[in-house]
Design a binder for this molecule. Structure first.
Ligand SMILES: NC(=O)c1ccc[n+]([C@@H]2O[C@H](COP(=O)([O-])OP(=O)(O)OC[C@H]3O[C@@H](n4cnc5c(N)ncnc54)[C@H](OP(=O)(O)O)[C@@H]3O)[C@@H](O)[C@H]2O)c1
Length: 235
């Protein structure tokens, strides 16, 4: 099996590339600028804001079995300030990838977010109606629809609270919290911060289906996840 992975330099994309290679799968990775992940996969530079059609051409020439899109504009406040850029990445690039998948028969997996929910109810299932707030959340939801409407064979995979303690990894909420605590900064509630974009405050996702599909150990229980994060951040 061959999979095209877009967003391969990112937190999620780089792990997807590594896991596919570990499983013996063929990978064609793409990302913005030079390669910044360790794995030994073929790599093509594609700036999706400037030339999303290059990704479509890559899909059409490689004819992969699957395409996983982990590329996105993930800076939530940045999206609020630059909505056109957010639309180009989070909607238009997904649309282009979905159409290429429809033409070639590849299965598209579009990575999305818990932010498609408003965070009032919490503990969301995939059947709960989305109610995205803010440009990041609304563009990610629109990207989900682009994938679901345009790709013939498609899955939307909503992930939440991605973290990494690896040195050099993008700063995530977990790393920022650890850094602040080490510096003696007292935690405050997100709701009390005056951030440009709204945040869903109670946004857990139910993982029963993922457990059923992937096995009991995925995702990791919270204590195991914290242990792994701390071990990574000490290396
Ligand atoms: N992080 C979280 O807590 C979280 C939570 C829920 C959902 N998600 C979703 O998970 C997915 C992956 O996010 P992540 O955490 O892995 O974020 P990330 O580390 O920011 O990865 C996103 C990737 O998209 C790439 N990208 C941005 N603009 C691009 C462009 N113009 N052309 C090509 N590539 C571009 C980035 O490239 P550069 O490396 O060059 O910036 C980056 O490698 C996204 O769909 C996100 O919405 C993340």
């Amino acid at each position: 099996m061959t999979t095209v992975v877009a967003g391969a330099n990112g937190l999620v994309g780089s792990r997807i590339v590594a896991r596919l290679l570990e499983a013996g799968e063929g990978v064609l990775a793409s990302g913005r600028g030079p390669r910044r992940f360790d794995a030994d996969a073929a790599y093509v530079e594609v700036d999706l804001s400037v030339e999303p059609e290059k990704l479509a051409r890559l899909i059409e020439s490689a004819k992969p079995d699957g395409v996983i899109n982990a590329a996105a504009m993930t800076d939530v406040d940045g999206c609020e300030k630059s909505p056109r850029e957010a639309w180009a990445l989070n909607v238009r690039a997904v649309e282009v990838a979905a159409l290429a998948c429809a033409r070639t028969g590849a299965r598209l997996t579009a990575v999305s977010t818990d932010y498609v929910f408003d965070g009032v109810k919490g503990s969301y299932t995939e059947d709960d109606p989305p109610n995205p707030r803010g440009v990041y959340a609304r563009t990610k939801r629109s990207g989900e629809e682009a994938a679901l409407i345009l790709a013939a064979d498609v899955a939307v995979c909503r992930v939440a609270v991605v973290y990494s303690g690896r040195p050099g990894a993008k700063k995530t909420f977990a790393a920022a919290a650890l850094e602040s605590l080490r510096a003696g900064i007292v935690p405050v509630r997100v709701a009390d911060l005056k951030l440009p974009a709204p945040r869903p405050l109670r946004c857990g996702l139910r993982v029963d289906k993922v457990r059923r599909l992937l096995g009991e150990s995925v995702p990791l229980p919270i204590d195991a996840a914290l242990d792994r994060f701390l071990a990574e951040s000490r290396t």
